[in-house]
Design a protein around this ligand. Structure first.
Ligand SMILES: C[S@@+](CC[C@H](N)C(=O)[O-])C[C@H]1O[C@@H](n2cnc3c(N)ncnc32)[C@H](O)[C@@H]1O
Length: 296
């Protein structure tokens, strides 16, 4: 058993509050939640454990462990990277150095895809779904969790990202309905798909140096860099998708701020028909652009 920390008054509650104050003073967003997550991780406590154990004193080992995690957060590392896990669509997803931390905005792509399939009565069908640039598998696994008869094909140029996605599928009991393929967007896929989704890299190369340290230093560059105008990935994957969509199939992609018109124009130029205005994220920014290969 380790010695209690020498500070005497380092109770779970006090150290959580003091860590939140340090994170706030350092200008880190979400300081309260981050402090709770880091204390929970260092002490192996869930929310209930933190409430019932609020008055207990930390051991020196626990205090040292927490301080190491705190220093990483104070230096700008996102909590999801420190913990190695992030919740997306209510699903806990493991991360690796090769995967983007899935963002809440990306749930807009999942919502739009489900709306389109459900409006068309397709949700119960044995759909084939492709996710181009799948990363942790976030979008694909969220869709499979909602569509009981669908099979998902996730592609990525990163073998390490695909290993992480495959591990996430196994942890969620979805392995049987997934196939992971290392290739350039849709180039390694065969057959046709009722739904293709993608959240590709879309940051213009020159803008990356100006991003917050949490993104610039901790998300993989291959997940961010969209080329000179940010649209390189869309040029590649939209024309590929037009050839892979089944008749009546949908393409839904995430876009960066101000990119929706250009991406819609690329879809139209590839013979796809927009399915309505882009779906906005919670901040009101057009985020999910969708189109359909019209049934002949
Ligand atoms: C913005 S991240 C999105 C990851 C995940 N879909 C999500 O929403 O959290 C883009 C992903 O595309 C992958 N990628 C980049 N270039 C690619 C290419 N040429 N072909 C396939 N995947 C690519 C990256 O490795 C990364 O996993």
């Amino acid at each position: 058993m380790s010695e209690p920390a020498g500070h005497g008054s380092q109770t779970v509650e006090r150290i959580r509050r003091s860590l939140a104050a340090r994170l706030k003073a350092a200008g880190r967003d979400g300081a309260e939640l981050d402090a709770r997550l880091l204390v929970g991780a260092a002490l192996g406590l869930d929310l209930t454990g933190m409430i019932t154990g609020a008055k207990r004193t930390l051991t020196k080992d626990e205090a040292d462990h927490l301080e190491r995690l705190a220093q990483r957060r104070l230096a700008g590392e996102p909590v999801a990277r420190i913990l190695g896990i992030k919740e997306f669509w209510g699903l806990p997803l493991h991360l690796s150095a090769a995967t983007l931390v899935p963002r809440p905005d990306t749930e807009t792509v999942v919502e739009r895809a489900l709306e389109l399939l459900r409006a068309d009565g397709m949700a119960e069908r044995a759909l084939r779904i492709a996710d181009l640039g799948t990363g942790s598998g976030a979008i694909l696994l969220a869709l499979l969790s909602e569509l009981p008869n669908a099979h998902g094909f996730g592609t990525d140029i990163s073998a390490e990202a695909l290993q992480t996605a495959s591990r996430n599928a196994a942890a969620l009991g979805l392995s049987q309905r997934t196939t992971w393929i290392e290739c350039d967007y849709g180039s390694g896929l065969a057959g046709t798909f009722e739904l293709i989704v993608s959240n590709p890299p879309y940051i213009p190369s020159a803008d990356i140096a100006g991003l917050d340290i949490e993104v610039r230093a901790h998300d993989p560059r291959a997940a961010l860099d969209g080329g000179a105008d940010g649209l390189d990935a869309y040029r590649a994957l939209i024309s590929q998708s037009a050839g892979l969509l089944a008749s009546g199939g949908f393409l839904v992609v995430e876009v960066g701020q101000g990119q929706s018109d250009d991406v819609e124009a690329l879809m139209t130029a590839s013979g796809l028909s927009p399915t309505g205005p882009p779906k906005a994220d919670l901040g009101g920014i057009p985020r999910a652009v969708s189109a359909r290969r019209l049934p002949r």
